[in-house]
Ligand binder design. Sequence first.
Ligand code: PGA
Length: 247
Amino acid sequence: MKYFIGNWKMFGVPKSVNILNKINYFYTKDKNGKKYKVIITPPYTLIENFSKIFKNKKILIGAQNCFQKDRYSSDTGAVSSYMIKNVGAKYTLIGHSDNRAEGDNDKILKEKVKSALKNNLKIVFCIGENKLEKKKKKTLIILKKQISKVLDKKLDKNNIIIAYEPIWSIGTGEIPNPRELQRTIGYIKKLLKTIFGKKAPPVLYGGSVDANNVYIFKQNKEIDGFLIGGASKSSKKFIDIIKNYYR
Ligand code: PGA
């Protein structure tokens, strides 16, 4: 099973549902539609509405983040996984580099992961090195730390997806060279196997994925799908990624 996950970030109002309608229309008719899942993570404000609209449709709705405390707390502006689950989300991203930059450390992320899984959300756990770490050849060390400090074998591996997103690639148009990416994804998969055993969680790639470069990623069969930011805000761009992947 492959995954095409659209991360809308701070984008969208109720009428943006048109974008999802078009994607869902394509997805439902696509002869390859059984080979992949489409998940869209709109902002919190749209989760309930979109979850209702697509309740019995193929597209799945997720959140972009969740707060680390369970259920309710006195943290102004915070939204818990319990609240997200209750408005219909099936997934949540955790550990996106935007949120790490705002203070999400390994301890907080571990709490988020636990809380989300406890509330029956599937998680997409994001990891990735920054430009300096890459330059200093620290990528694998960083990824190992990001994974081993947060994930452990007691967690339900069936509800975990990993998204490798090099920070220097997010929104920049720069993508990793294929050999390096193959090595990195291979390393992540090996590491996940040591934690979770044989059937380890899938590993997605994210960072400037678009319809033009997806054929490069397609060569690497180890990549289980994509976390797509910018290009997921246009139905055409998002659909073209899927089309070109299966071309
Ligand atoms: P991008 O974003 O596709 O715009 O690079 C990816 C992400 O932040 O998940």
